[in-house]
Design a protein around this ligand. Structure first.
Ligand SMILES: Nc1ncnc2c1ncn2[C@@H]1O[C@H](COP(=O)(O)OP(=O)(O)OP(=O)(O)O)[C@@H](O)[C@H]1O
Ligand SMILES: [Mg+2]
Length: 496
C-alpha cells in the first residue's frame, strides 16, 4: 500500500476535475510499489513552471512519488477508461500501465494532469504487465521535450525513475516510470468509449467537460444545431489537429502510431512510441516496425488525422442535431474544413522556412518543386533547409544538377521581388528552420549509453542541445551531422 503524504514542500497542489466525472470514465487505483526507485532525470524548468520545487522533488520521499511508492499530498490516483481504433480496428483500451495522480494547479492557475506511465497493472491492462522499460520512457522524455522546444503542442516529461525491477520483453529490460504532464489526457478514444459503452448523457458530460477544460469560450453556446456548442467543439478540435499536424509535417516528425486513442482533444501530441524524425525526405517514410502497410507514413499523417477526427465526429453525432441526416451533414461539412486549414498552416510555415514574406500564387509550386527535388535526390529534410538558410548552396544535394540551379534561380527571384532585407529573410529562416532535431542515431546513442552503461551524460548533452533547437552554436552544429549509412533505413521496434 502507498504511504500517505510526501515532502510537503515540493509544491504539489492537486485538484481532481476528472475524478468528478461519473465513475464510468475511470477506476480508482493505487500504484503498485516498486523495489528500488532511482531518479534518472528531472526536468527542473518544467518543475518550476508547475510550481514545484525541483530540489524537494529530488528528495528520497519525492523520488518515491515518481515511482508510485508514495502518494503526494492530495493525490487521488485513477486509471482512465478509453477505447480506440488501433490500425483501423476498434477495441476497448484504457490506462493499462498509467495512473493519473491528479491535476496540478500552477501558481498561475493553469491545470495540468500529472500521470505516472509504467506504474503497474490496472483493470484496463488486459494481458499486459502494466510496466514500461527505461529505454522507451527516456525516449518519450527526450522527444516530447524536443517537440516542446520546437514550439509544437505536446505532453511534457517531468521525470523518469528506474524501478529496480526487471521488465520482461523479448529480453529482460530495466523497468522505469515516466511522469508525464499534459493539458489533459482526454483522447478521441475517450469519446469512442463513451459513445460505444455508455449512454448519450455520458457523451454529453464528456463533451461539456472538454469544453470547460479546453474550449471555455464555447460554454455559453446553444446545445445543438448549426450554432450549437458540440458542433463548435468538433470544429475547434479539427482546427487544432490541422494546426498540429501541419507543425509535425514542417519539422519532419512522424508519430508512427496515430491510433484514435493517441489523439488528444487538447491538440497536444501524445504517446511517443515508435515515432521519429525523418532524415532523407520521402513521404513514404515509416519507422514503426509494426506498421507494415505504411498506414502511418509521414505523407499519410494529414489524411489519418481526418480519419481519426471522423471517428470523433461519429461519437458526437447525436449531440450535433436532433435529426441524424442533419447531424451527418454538419459533421461532414466540419471535417471538410480540415484540408483547407491544414494547407493554410503548412503553406504559411513553408513560406517562413524559405524566407518568403507575403503570399504569391506561385509559392505553392515553388515549395512542391523543392520537395520533389529533395525526394528525387534523397536530400536530408532538415539540412536542406539549413543549407538554404545559411547560403551553403555548394553543398550536396544542391550542387548536383541543373534542376537545382534552376530551382535556386526561381527562389532567388522570388526573394528579390519582396521589399524585406536579406537580414530579415535570414532571421525569418533561422527562426523557422531548426538546427537540431532529435535524430534517430543521436537518440539511440544517448539511450544506449543510459540503458547499457548507466552513463546519462550523452543524454544530458543531447537534451541541452534540443532545448535550443534554433540556436546555432558549435554544439548545435555537431548535431546536424547525418546518420551513418548503416543506420538507414532506421526502424523503431515497439518494445515498450
Ligand atoms: N505493458 C503494458 N501493460 C498493460 N497495458 C499496456 C502495456 N503497454 C501498453 N498498454 C496499453 O495498451 C494500450 C495501447 O498502448 P499504447 O502503446 O498506445 O499506449 P501507451 O504508450 O501505453 O500509453 P499512452 O497512449 O498513454 O502514451 C493502452 O491502453 C496502454 O495502456
Ligand atoms: Mg497510447
Amino acid at each position: 500500500m502507498n504511504e500517505p503524504s510526501a515532502n510537503p514542500n515540493a509544491g504539489w497542489n492537486f485538484d481532481h476535475s476528472y475524478a468528478r466525472l461519473p465513475e464510468f470514465f475511470y477506476t480508482k487505483q493505487e500504484a503498485k510499489p516498486v523495489r528500488a526507485p532511482q531518479l534518472i532525470v528531472l526536468n527542473d524548468k518544467l518543475a518550476a513552471e508547475l510550481g514545484l520545487n525541483a530540489e524537494a522533488l529530488r528528495s528520497e520521499e519525492n523520488v518515491a512519488v515518481f515511482a508510485g511508492n508514495r502518494l503526494p499530498p492530495g493525490a487521488e490516483p485513477l486509471a482512465q477508461a478509453y477505447a480506440g481504433h488501433q490500425f483501423g480496428y476498434f477495441t476497448m483500451l484504457g490506462d493499462g500501465r498509467a495512473l493519473l495522480l491528479g491535476e496540478q494547479i500552477t501558481p498561475g492557475g493553469d491545470r495540468f494532469d500529472i500521470q505516472l506511465k509504467g506504474s503497474g497493472r490496472t483493470p484496463y491492462s488486459r494481458g499486459g504487465d502494466g510496466r514500461a522499460a527505461l529505454g522507451p520512457m527516456l525516449r518519450e522524455y527526450i522527444i516530447s521535450e524536443a517537440m516542446h522546444a520546437l514550439g509544437i503542442p505536446t505532453t511534457r516529461s517531468l521525470a523518469v525513475v528506474t524501478t529496480g525491477e526487471t521488465v520482461v520483453r523479448e529480453q529482460d529490460l530495466r523497468g522505469a516510470i515516466l511522469t508525464r504532464v499534459a493539458s489533459s489526457h482526454v483522447r478521441v478514444g475517450t469519446f469512442q468509449y463513451a459513445a460505444q459503452f455508455g449512454e448519450l448523457t455520458d457523451v454529453r458530460t464528456l463533451a461539456d467537460y472538454v469544453i470547460q477544460r479546453h474550449y471555455p469560450q464555447l460554454a455559453e453556446l446553444a446545445d445543438t444545431g448549426e450554432a450549437g456548442r458540440y458542433l463548435a467543439l468538433l470544429r475547434e478540435a479539427i482546427q487544432r489537429q490541422a494546426a498540429l499536424i501541419a507543425q509535425w509535417q514542417l519539422v519532419g516528425f512522424i508519430h508512427g502510431v496515430m491510433n484514435t486513442d493517441n489523439m488528444t482533444l487538447s491538440g497536444e501530441t501524445i504517446d511517443y512510441g515508435p515515432c521519429a524524425f525523418m532524415d532523407a525526405y520521402d513521404p513514404a517514410t515509416v519507422f514503426s516496425s509494426i506498421d507494415r502497410h505504411g498506414r502511418y507514413a509521414y505523407g499519410n499523417q494529414p489524411s489519418i488525422a481526418v480519419w481519426n477526427l471522423s471517428r470523433f465526429a461519429e461519437s458526437l453525432l447525436p449531440l450535433l442535431h436532433d435529426e441524424e441526416e442533419q447531424a451527418v451533414r454538419l459533421a461532414e461539412e466540419a471535417l471538410k474544413g480540415f484540408a483547407g486549414q491544414f494547407e493554410a498552416a503548412w503553406l504559411k510555415g513553408m513560406r517562413s522556412k524559405l524566407g518568403l514574406f507575403g503570399e504569391q500564387a506561385e509559392d505553392a509550386a515553388l515549395i512542391h518543386d523543392l520537395l520533389g527535388l529533395m525526394h528525387q535526390h534523397h536530400a536530408d529534410y532538415t539540412n536542406t533547409f539549413l543549407a538554404l538558410t545559411f547560403g551553403r548552396l555548394e553543398e550536396p544535394p544542391m550542387a548536383y544538377t541543373p534542376e537545382w540551379a534552376e530551382w535556386l534561380e526561381r527562389w532567388r527571384a522570388r526573394l528579390a521581388g519582396q521589399p524585406e532585407t536579406d537580414d530579415a529573410v535570414r532571421e525569418l529562416m533561422r527562426r523557422s528552420n531548426p538546427a537540431v532535431i532529435p535524430r534517430n542515431h543521436r537518440v539511440e546513442e544517448a539511450l544506449e549509453a543510459a540503458v547499457k552503461r548507466e552513463d546519462y551524460s550523452v543524454m544530458e548533452r543531447l537534451l541541452q542541445a534540443l532545448a535550443q533547437p534554433f540556436a546555432h552554436t558549435p554544439e548545435q552544429a555537431d548535431y546536424a551531422e547525418l546518420p551513418p549509412a548503416s543506420d538507414r533505413p532506421y526502424r523503431t521496434f515497439c518494445g515498450t
